[in-house]
Ligand binder design. Structure first.
Ligand code: NAD
Ligand code: UDP
Length: 314
């Protein structure tokens, strides 16, 4: 198949491109390199089935594809809050442009949605039928509401134009190829620990997240894309839940670092708890994560260790 991956030079997108190439597909990686990097896709550049298109999804483009994975959008709060209006445009105009291609060429399209559609949830763990508790006017809204509208667009193109859609609600994902300055918690803690700098825990560190290793997530995305008849959203994430203090302690232990923990102010609207209910994914996709946090962190620490020591092949 010929497969378009928007955001393909980003963290998750580059892993997805690699898996699709391994399966023998043709991959078009479309990215404006805002939070992605050529470094993530260097290894595919000599593959005749790989093509890099530097383009911004907010601008229309004419392409032909059998399937579209729409991942283009900065995912770290630091990045998506740099230019919030652009984040909204990427989620709204970008998704409309990709849905336009899907409609014209009758391609199946998968939208990378997020656990952020649940906001600061009143229901725990979060199931797909929970409508969420999102602040529509806060600093995270450009991303949260942008992704909610992207889901709305997907459903409306499906109802109105019979576009074949898939919606993945992705929970916190980590692994090699995260940008060292990404600002998300796993990369921050590992880079800080390896550089003997204090680990910056926001608030009291009692807030929880559930961390999915990237290979599990990418397997889930492909399983969802491969199913014949799932239209509604599906949670993809690891249901093990950790506080940020627990994560900091684990990273310190696994890196052997003597870095101290430094408490910093909790960002506005930072969700208190987050854990996916993955019953639907288990039943409908026969999918569940297999990589434990400890195993995933080991691989991620190794990656950052090589990167920080200047290993270009990291
Ligand atoms: P990332 O920032 O590493 O990758 C996003 C990619 O999209 C980057 O390569 C960036 O340059 C590109 N991009 C951004 N705006 C663009 C635009 N206007 N036009 C073209 N390309 C653009 O983030 P990631 O962690 O790989 O996330 C990928 C997708 O998964 C995103 O849609 C994100 O919202 C979603 N997601 C990720 C997580 C996570 O924990 N990693 C959780 C939930 C959802
Ligand atoms: N966080 C932290 N220290 C950091 C970065 C993040 O304590 O250096 C916290 C953040 O406040 C949040 C959690 O870690 O509670 C996850 O943050 P991240 O930005 O990775 O993802 P998101 O908030 O989007 O889930």
């Amino acid at each position: 198949m010929r497969i378009l991956v928007t955001g393909g030079a980003g963290f998750i997108g580059s892993h997805l491109c690699g898996c699709l190439l391994e399966k023998g597909h043709e991959v078009m990686c479309l990215d404006n390199l805002f939070s992605g990097s050529r470094r993530n896709i260097y290894r595919f550049m000599n593959n005749p089935r790989f093509e890099f298109i530097r383009h911004d999804v907010t601008n229309p483009i004419t392409l032909e594809a059998d399937q579209i994975y729409n991942l283009a959008c900065p995912a770290s709060p630091v990045h998506y809050q740099l230019n919030p209006v652009k984040t909204v445009k990427t989620n709204v105009m970008g998704t409309i442009n990709m849905l336009g291609i899907a409609k014209r060429v009758k391609a199946r399209i998968l939208q990378a949605s997020t656990s952020e559609v649940y906001g600061d949830p009143h229901v725990h763990p979060q199931r797909e039928d929970y409508w969420g508790n999102v602040n529509p006017i806060g600093p995270r809204s450009c991303y949260d509401e942008g992704k909610r509208l992207a889901e709305t667009l997907m459903m409306d193109y499906h109802r109105q134009n019979s576009v074949d859609i898939r919606i993945a609600r992705i929970f916190n994902t980590y692994g090699p190829c995260m940008w060292e300055k990404d600002g998300r918690v796993v990369s921050n803690f590992i880079v800080q620990a390896l550089s003997s700098k204090p680990l910056t825990v926001y608030g009291e560190g009692k807030q929880t997240r559930s961390f999915c290793y990237v290979s599990d997530l990418v397997r889930g995305l492909q399983a969802l894309m491969g199913t014949s008849d799932i239209t509604g959203p599906i949670n993809l994430g690891n249901p093990e839940e950790f506080t940020m203090i627990e994560l900091a302690e684990l990273v310190r232990e696994m890196t052997g670092s003597k870095s101290e923990i430094q408490f910093e102010p909790l960002p506005q609207d930072d969700p208190v708890r987050r854990r996916p209910d993955i019953t639907r994914a288990r039943q409908l996709l026969s999918w569940e994560p297999t990589v434990s946090l400890r195993d995933g962190l080991r691989l991620t620490i190794d990656y950052f260790d090589r990167l920080l020591r200047g290993d270009q092949a990291a």
